[in-house]
Design a binder for this molecule. Structure first.
Ligand code: TTP
Ligand code: MG
Length: 359
């Protein structure tokens, strides 16, 4: 049965999250910025929507330069990582259901192994890709791009080849036609330095790289890199889709203003505890450790944790422990608090037995 791997990447992820939260931003150029602590416009554009890319505002650009290029045509807003983390978690929950194995590759990218699910049939995989896009759009109101191929390397490159809102299928017979005309820098892992070295050897596109005698590559790059380059250029990649066990589930949020307002903190903690338990239940795990996270006004991070006798998924257990941890913390620490969070860890898989609280 031919192997089938899918790669999913959200389109202009941070910018789309902002557009969903504030639809007025939609349709106009938008840059999401990470401002540095130096103030003013120092910092970089984290990402921009496709309208902003058209006028030259791109990831990694200094904010001041982007403003010079775009002027008032483009909205510049600060990054809100809580929002993106939440959307990323939701994406994870949606996608996991669609394949036999799931691997998160970055905040907005994932791989799915779908060989069994599609019985090695690429047309079934294409239908599944369409279903996934529809599910993400319906549940998150976000568009993504999907690449389908015989391995992770081809799936990712297929995904990158048509953005935004793309769906690209490369079947095993089509791999060489797809890869060979591309410039070498399109191969995952080939950065400007390797590209330059290959150029000096007269190798510009993937087809040339694929046909280059490996001994020439070994002399230049060493054995391991030469093998990678040769295989990648020929579309060969045996790396498995690896489920990375989630080691913790957490939520963190900012207080309205830096303070020691217990009522506000308890309300926020209860809300986050509910959210955490919802994810815990979706992932069918039990946790043993509950941790309170505190970031003070001077940006110091403190954690206070408690490990329970037995694993649980009980909401009241989190609420009670977190309250106790908060009161103990406030006793000992006089500073105002900026951000506060809840984390659970020490997971055990649910064994099918129900917990006391469900009865
Ligand atoms: P990408 O998936 O590389 O970019 P993107 O989702 O914004 O756009 P595309 O449609 O091309 O996929 O990165 C995901 C997020 O990571 C992105 O929304 C913002 C963040 N990021 C940075 O903060 N700095 C960077 O230089 C890049 C490339 C991304
Ligand atoms: Mg993306």
């Amino acid at each position: 049965m031919p192997r089938i791997v899918m790669h999913i990447d959200m389109d202009c992820f941070f910018a789309q999250c902002e557009e969903v939260q504030n639809p007025k931003l939609k349709g106009k150029p938008l840059a999401v910025c990470i401002y540095s602590r130096r103030g003013g416009d120092s910092g970089a554009v984290s990402t921009s929507n496709y309208e902003a890319r058209k006028i030259g505002v791109k990831s990694g650009m200094a904010i001041a330069i982007a403003k010079r290029i775009a002027g008032s045509r483009c909205a510049f807003i600060p990054a809100n990582f809580e929002l993106y983390e939440k959307a990323s978690q939701k994406m994870r929950e949606i996608l996991m259901a669609f394949g036999e194995k799931f691997e998160q590759a970055s905040i907005d990218e994932a791989y799915l192994e779908v060989t069994e699910k599609c019985k090695g049939d690429f047309s079934k995989a294409k239908e599944l890709g369409e279903e996934i896009k529809a599910a993400v759009l319906k549940q998150e109101r976000l568009t993504c791009s999907v690449g389908i191929g015989p391995n992770k390397l081809i799936a990712k490159m297929a995904c990158d080849s048509q953005k935004p809102n793309g769906l690209t299928v490369i079947e095993p017979e089509g791999v060489k036609d797809f890869l060979f005309p591309l410039p070498v820098k399109k191969i995952l892992g080939i950065g400007p330095k390797t590209e330059e070295m290959l150029k000096e050897m007269g190798i510009l596109d993937v087809g040339e790289l694929a046909k280059t005698d490996t001994s020439r590559l070994v002399t230049r790059f060493g054995k391991a890199t030469a093998a990678y380059l040769h295989n990648a250029a020929n579309g060969i990649d045996d790396s498995p889709v690896e489920e990375k066990e989630q080691v913790q589930i957490s939520r963190i949020t900012s207080l309205r203003t830096d303070s020691r307002d217990e009522k506000e903190m308890l309300e926020l903690l209860d809300e986050m505890a509910q959210d955490v338990v919802k994810t815990v239940n979706e992932q069918k795990v039990l946790f043993r450790t509950i941790t309170l996270q505190i970031i003070t006004e001077n940006m110091k991070m403190h954690t206070r944790g408690k490990t329970l006798e037995g694993a649980t998924d009980s909401l009241s257990a989190i609420k009670n422990e977190i309250r106790a941890l908060l009161f103990a913390y406030l006793e000992q620490n006089p500073e105002n608090i900026r951000r506060i969070g809840v984390r659970v860890s020490g997971f055990e898989k649910m064994k099918g037995q129900r917990t006391l609280e469900e009865f």
